[in-house]
Design a protein around this ligand. Structure first.
Ligand code: ZN
Length: 284
């Protein structure tokens, strides 16, 4: 649920030329100045539509073979080919996956699928650094309605208020955490629908289980120490951790939201935490 800084598109013209030229200088596919201008125009239209799916972005008026050549050039990006530096620069713009908030960056996801939006296959603002699991689960999802779209990592609205929340249930079997995306006053309806669709498509509630398990395990000593003082001391520990987490990761990171829910949970802080440690097959 993160936004990343939008990459520059100043090198788009150079990238098109590089994509259509072999390393030895031979031409992969010819492109005229007017054709290149049209591709760059499609990139500007992409920006003006905030990367949302639109038929106008498909470049139906552009020579299909030229579009195929640009799309194919992306494979060269993946195989360490002519655009490798470009690809690496975008991948290095994130420390961890902006979709899930924990996966390592291994892939570049096409926000608009390159099978449909071929001209944008090598457009910097359409390439999102992501983990393999999120990229694989997203696949070519870009429907006509916001309820079938992902929020754009560079253009999507991110209100400065909590829109991701977590509910905690504690039992002798452990802790169950259930995250939800909420419609807040600032969050636009379409962005709410996109974030909701994205969260469900990536099965984040299921995928956070092991991350929560690891996180609580890493906090075990502190949790037990503060709990031995008082319930309120443990709550204050979580509140301080929450404040620090906001500074590092923002209000809507899964770990920030978890800390808030833990601080608010009388059930967990007054003794429920003991069910979360030292078990095999821990159910969290
Ligand atoms: Zn991910």
């Amino acid at each position: 649920m993160w936004r990343l800084e939008t990459p520059t598109s100043d090198d788009s013209s150079t990238n098109i030329t590089t994509a259509l030229t072999y390393v030895n200088g031979a031409v992969v596919h010819p492109i005229s100045e007017s054709q290149k201008a049209r591709i760059l125009e499609l990139y500007e239209e992409y920006d003006s539509k905030s990367g949302n799916p639109h038929n106008d972005l498909k470049g139906n008026d552009v020579c299909p073979n030229l579009l195929n050549a640009i799309q194919n050039a992306y494979n060269q990006v993946q195989k360490g080919g002519r655009l490798e530096d470009f690809r690496n620069r975008i991948k290095l713009s994130a420390d961890s996956c902006p979709y899930c908030g924990f996966g390592p960056i291994t892939d570049l996801d096409h926000h608009l699928p390159n099978s449909l939006y071929k001209a944008h296959a090598i457009y910097s603002k359409n390439l999102i650094p992501s983990c393999h699991a999120c990229n694989n689960m997203k696949r070519a999802k870009a429907g006509d309605a916001a309820t079938e779209q992902f929020s754009h990592v560079y253009f999507g609205q991110r209100p400065t208020e909590p829109f991701l929340t977590a509910d905690i249930t504690v039992s002798e079997k452990g802790i169950v955490v259930r995250y939800s995306i909420n419609k807040t006053a600032e969050l636009e309806q379409e962005e709410f629908e996109r974030l909701n669709y994205q969260f469900n498509s990536l099965e984040l509630n299921q995928r956070y289980v092991s991350q929560i398990n690891l996180f609580l395990g890493s906090q075990r000593t502190a949790i037990e120490d503060y709990a031995s003082i008082s319930t309120e001391a443990l709550k204050q520990f979580f509140r301080r951790s929450y404040d620090n987490q906001i500074k590092d990761f923002g209000l809507n990171h899964w770990q920030t939201v978890l800390l808030k829910a833990l601080a608010d949970s009388d059930e967990f802080c007054s003794g429920g935490y003991i069910h979360c440690f030292g078990r095999k097959n821990l159910r969290i």
